[in-house]
Write a protein that binds this ligand. Structure first.
Ligand code: NAP
Length: 244
């Protein structure tokens, strides 16, 4: 790719939390950033303003990543507007926690559709664009629970374990096209998703004795997206040592 072409990133769930921090970090590195969100327009608009202040030709696109048709429609719009996608961060995610024997089908399917099937819906059209470019970097947001499991999160753990398998297989398929595919496995990160958890109890199990910040994850995403040229098919933990 010629030096003067501006790289473009798509961050799903980029309006808040980890996705927002990733979007800002990629904008700081000079990328034009498209953030996707589900419904929180105010958060999305505020994030776009912050991205623009960093010099990024940023925009927000509302679509549900678990809706295959909407995803396809919106990826086409992104390509029409920006002409390329260099970095994809599959980050959008939800939790619907509960003990498995009481987990209803809706809570199972919502999490699998939003956290796992979305990766197929978004990555399928984006990878075709990257193949044409013969370059790209895909980062999938997994979780430590995808590696080690967690009581009360059978749906979420299954989705995140699926993301890890998806990452490794896709990395093998796309390597010959100069496309790298990696995953990040955060532990406990301070976002809306972890609000209300018993932090004191959790910290007892974290060797670094603190929760992570969205920026801690974003730094690793930036590394995988833009710097780690010889790294693919990896799952990088960002968990304060939680799983050692
Ligand atoms: P968060 O603060 O709750 O933010 C979630 C983001 O995803 C928001 O931008 C939200 O959009 C978007 N979103 C949710 N459902 C969507 C859908 N169907 N379509 C499009 N966008 C959707 O979450 P977070 O803590 O930053 O988590 C981000 C990712 O990291 C998730 O994949 C999560 O599983 C993973 N993770 C988080 C932790 C943690 O401790 N926080 C640990 C491990 C892994 P709106 O603003 O419009 O709602």
């Amino acid at each position: 790719m010629a030096e003067d072409i501006k790289k473009v990133a798509l961050v799903t769930g980029g309006s808040r939390g980890i996705g927002k921090a990733c979007a800002l970090e990629l904008a700081r590195c000079g990328l034009d950033v498209v953030i996707n969100y589900a419904g929180n327009v105010d958060a999305a608009n505020a994030t776009v303003e912050e991205l623009k202040a960093l010099g990024s030709n940023a925009c927000a696109m509302q679509f549900d990543v678990s809706d295959a048709d909407k995803v396809e429609e919106n990826i086409a719009k992104i390509v029409e507007k920006y002409g390329r996608i260099d970095v994809l961060v599959n980050n959008a995610g939800i939790t619907r926690d509960g003990l498995f024997i009481r987990m209803n089908k809706e809570n199972w399917l919502d999490v699998i559709n939003t956290n796992l099937n979305s990766a197929y819906y978004v990555t399928n059209p984006v990878s075709k664009i990257m193949i044409k470019q013969r370059s790209g970097s895909i980062i999938n947001m997994a979780s430590v629970v995808g590696l080690y499991g967690n009581a009360g999160q059978a749906n979420y753990s299954a989705a995140k374990a699926g993301i890890i398998g998806f990452t490794k297989s896709l990395a093998k398929e796309l390597a010959s096209r100069n496309i790298r595919v990696n995953a990040v496995a955060p532990g406990f990160i301070q976002t809306d998703m972890t609000k209300g958890l018993a932090v004191d109890k959790i910290i007892e199990h974290i060797p670094l004795k603190t929760l992570g910040t969205p920026e801690d994850v974003a730094n690793v995403v930036r590394f995988l997206a833009l710097e780690a040229n010889y790294v693919t098919a990896q799952v990088l933990g960002v968990d304060g040592g939680l799983v050692v």
